[in-house]
Design a protein around this ligand. Structure first.
Ligand code: PLP
Length: 383
């Protein structure tokens, strides 16, 4: 009676195990002042212009002339157009190719509704665990891993590709040349790329593509997913979107049409106040405020990176992405315990993202500069 694939899926072992270890540490050391460089959640409060827009929208809805009922399932036109104006006009993308959702996680999970479950799916290792979980729940049988450190296409043929750049957990962003290899790979194998750009706004290197649509031909092979979660502090508000270009045609069928059908069937959309908040984050004032927050996280990343560099440590990331993947050269769960007990720092063991992450630790730079300074002092003492 129950979906057998779901029954086989375990609750994410990684975060459960971290919670257990941290809570047993807290019981033994109730006064310990822990620094959390683990889960990549925001560390700063909501920007004022977003707060004002949400408050005004709620106020508007409480008045007769401003009341709102169900909104369009694919998102209000004002937000779809604001996204085009800010991000996608240069790629000649229209608002009807933008679909508003409550975030990338939902879009990643729902995307599989469109595809046959006998496709060969490509997923990196190490990787953001959601991709493997959703592929398993949906019953994809042929799942092939590719190298999550280099993030380059494998030799094997894949048909549905989960690609994340800037990448979680490795923290690096694909170069134009390497992203071009993926677009060519997808064309050669008639594959579709689900391109997770959750951290696109963190890219500092102006040579790195922020969108896959900077690569010629990408509109014919890729769906790009973006989120307000990390770039505008929406992890607790929930808003994101997928870009599904009209040029993406499979077996003679426009994927854009199917995406619209699926989305309008399965959801009644994101609430009006949250979409007004997302729109405000793209206004001149909103962008100024949220970019200042991103700069704060980047400055924290720079503090940790500089420290690791000075110590002669090997690591990836932290420049174009708020994660640092630190090669610790010991079993990553052992290092997790050492960091927790001796430095009172929570980080994520790389092996939790797949075998390819063993002997690494992921440090999130979603922290204030003060926290980052405190963390490096503790790491120094640990040495
Ligand atoms: N994609 C990646 C790579 C992430 O790291 C995360 C969150 O950590 C998400 C998606 C989730 O995004 P959202 O909050 O929009 O669901």
């Amino acid at each position: 009676m129950i979906n057998p694939h779901l029954l086989q899926c375990k609750r994410s072992y990684l975060f459960f195990e971290i919670e257990q270890r941290v809570s047993s540490f807290r019981q033994k050391h109730p006064s310990a002042n822990l620094i959390n460089l683990g889960i990549g959640d925001i560390a700063l409060p909501l920007a004022p212009s977003i707060k004002d827009a949400i408050q005004n929208a709620v106020l508007q809805m409480s008045q007769e002339e401003g009341k709102k009922g169900y909104g369009p399932g694919c998102g209000y036109r004002f937000l779809r157009e604001a996204i085009v104006d800010t991000e996608y006009k240069k790629y000649d993308i229209d608002y009807k190719e933008i679909f508003i959702s409550d975030g990338i996680n939902s879009d990643i999970c729902h995307a599989s509704d469109l595809f046959n479950k006998d496709l060969t799916v490509l997923i990196a290792d190490p990787v953001y665990p959601l991709y493997k979980m959703t592929a398993a729940i949906d019953g994809f049988k042929n799942v092939v891993s590719f190298d999550g450190i280099t993030l380059l296409p494998p030799e094997e043929k894949g048909e549905l590709i989960y690609l994340c750049s800037p990448s979680n957990p490795v923290g690096v962003s694909l170069s134009r040349e390497d992203l071009t290899k993926w677009v060519q790979y997808a064309k050669k194998h008639k594959a579709i790329i689900l391109y997770d750009g959750a951290y696109a706004d963190f890219i500092q290197d102006s040579e790195k593509p922020k969108s896959i649509y900077e690569i010629p031909g990408a509109k014919e092979v890729a769906i790009e997913m973006r989120s307000f979660s990390k770039s505008a502090g929406f992890t607790g508000l929930r808003c994101g979107y997928s870009v599904v270009p009209k040029e993406l045609v499979v077996d003679g069928i426009e994927i854009n049409r199917l995406w619209e059908l699926r989305q309008e069937t399965k959801t009644n959309g994101v609430s009006y106040p949250i979409q007004k908040g997302a729109e405000a984050s793209l206004s001149g004032q909103g962008l100024m405020e949220t970019r200042a927050q991103i700069k704060e996280y980047q400055a924290s990343g720079a503090i940790i990176r500089t420290f690791l560099e000075k110590q002669g440590e090997t690591f990836l990331g932290g420049l174009d992405c708020p994660y640092i993947f630190w090669k610790v050269n010991k079993p990553s769960w052992d290092f997790f315990d050492e960091l927790l007990e001796k430095a009172n720092i929570i980080a994520i063991p790389g092996s939790g993202f797949g075998q390819g992450g063993e002997q690494y630790m992921r440090l999130s730079t979603f922290c204030t500069q003060t926290q980052a300074q405190e963390a490096i002092q503790r790491l120094c003492a640990l040495k």
